[in-house]
Design a protein around this ligand. Structure first.
Ligand code: MLT
Length: 410
């Protein structure tokens, strides 16, 4: 009989969001008339903007002609998209990124899951806690950890607690690690690292030859001007950081799929002989072997968010979601909840009432209000006692959810 990868068997529980859906489905089966409001997984609800739609239609029409037809594209993405990203996402903020340092992909989930493959099997790593569960799970699958303890923490990972005491920002690791995941704006807490905080991290990474894996999938939701959108706004970051960006929440592409990763040419790791090797060399090799790129119409759709009309439409969608975030935050605060986030991120992080554990509160909220959220413990042991509500909802539903929560818990 074929032997399987035992590392998968170490995974403490099912992946967070399917588990939420499973519990919700059990509840709906027993309560078929319940009017469920989903503020759990951060999935967009607004339709594609007209500029994106038009660009995708045009691309399909182009491909319906003998001259415009395209087969396999470049695995790293078409130049037109990489150039638009370099200019609009970085150049406009005074950050130098060459289009050749950008690798388009089918999602930040996949990128942040796959990146660990290019590091040595026995690499050491750190993650903030709570954080997006993909970072931990994929390193468990790759065999870089031992078994989980009773809190679901895996031996071999350095967890960096993020609590009220730390303003939900991780402290630097006690000892050097090969790579560390940072997420800003943070999923789930909504916290954003300041320039000073990121400078501390960049200095530390350079001094310790560590690589920062910087997940900036939610950077478009930053509303306060002084906050950095990219780690490359910090001097020296090109030598120590990889950045992840996504069109999912920005352009409404959770179903369409498009994201990208930036690997600057100065970023090196070491081979087993101690020699310096450009990280991009390994990522490009991996991409060419395992990926045939995202489709041409999708890349044209992504490019369209940088046109004058596309940029306006995208901003209107972001404003809509951030207005939801304010409604959730203000409504819950008025009802007596302690809330965080929701100002520079589409997630509101709240303390569960009366010290309830996160899953207990999930069940109670579902039963009493038919509102689905995400238990904080699903993001790590330090998320216990917290809960996340997503601002990616239809306005009327968000308002209704807050009314119900206030009535039952206020
Ligand atoms: C979330 O709800 O945390 C995100 O939607 C998950 C994801 O982007 O994969």
């Amino acid at each position: 009989m074929a032997r399987l990868n035992d590392n998968y068997l170490k995974l403490a529980a099912g992946y967070l969001f399917p588990e939420i859906s499973r519990r919700m489905n059990v509840f709906t089966a027993a309560n078929p008339d319940a009017d469920i409001i989903k503020l759990g997984i951060g999935d967009v609800v607004l339709p594609l903007s007209s500029s994106v739609r038009q660009a995708m239609h045009d691309a399909i029409d182009e491909m319906a002609t003998p001259d415009g037809f395209r087969g396999y594209g470049p695995s790293e993405g078409y130049d037109f998209l990489r150039e638009a990203i370099a200019e609009n996402d970085f150049g406009s903020r005074g950050v130098r990124i060459d289009p050749s340092e950008i690798y388009a992909s089918d999602g930040s989930k996949c990128d942040s899951a796959n990146i660990q493959e290019i590091f040595a099997d026995d690499s050491t790593l750190a993650v903030s806690d709570p954080v997006y569960p993909v970072y931990v799970d994929t390193n468990v699958m790759a065999g870089r950890t031992g078994a989980p303890d009773e809190n679901g923490r895996y031996a071999g990972i350095e967890y960096l607690p993020c609590s009220e005491e730390t303003n939900f920002m991780p402290a630097l690791p006690d000892k050097p690690v090969d790579f560390v995941y940072l997420c800003s704006p943070n999923n789930p807490t909504g916290t954003v690292a300041t320039k000073e905080e990121l400078t501390k991290w960049v200095d530390w990474a350079r001094a310790n030859e560590s690589i920062i894996l910087f997940d900036a999938a939610y950077e478009r939701f930053i509303t306060e001007d002084h906050l950095p959108h990219s780690i490359y706004e910090i001097e020296g970051a090109r030598e120590c950081a990889i950045e992840f960006r996504s069109f999912s929440k920005t352009a409404g592409f959770t179903g369409i799929r498009c994201a990208y990763i930036v690997i600057p040419e100065e970023l090196n790791g070491r081979d087993s002989g101690g020699d310096l090797v450009p990280v991009s060399k390994l990522w490009a090799r991996r991409t060419n072997t395992k990926f045939n790129g995202i489709s041409y119409p999708v890349q044209r759709g992504a490019e369209a968010i940088y046109s004058a009309s596309g940029a306006k439409e995208v901003q209107a969608n972001i404003d809509y979601y951030m207005a939801n975030a304010s409604l959730i935050k203000d409504g819950l605060s008025a009802a007596g909840f302690t809330t965080y986030g929701g100002v520079n991120a589409p997630y509101v992080w709240l303390k569960t009432p009366d010290g309830k554990d996160s899953w207990q509160f999930f069940d109670e909220l579902l039963t009493k209000t038919n509102v689905v959220g995400t238990p904080g413990s699903g993001f790590g042991a330090y998320g216990e006692g917290y809960f996340r509500l997503s601002a990616f909802g239809v306005r009327e539903k968000v308002e209704e959810a807050i009314t119900r929560i206030t009535k039952n818990f206020g």
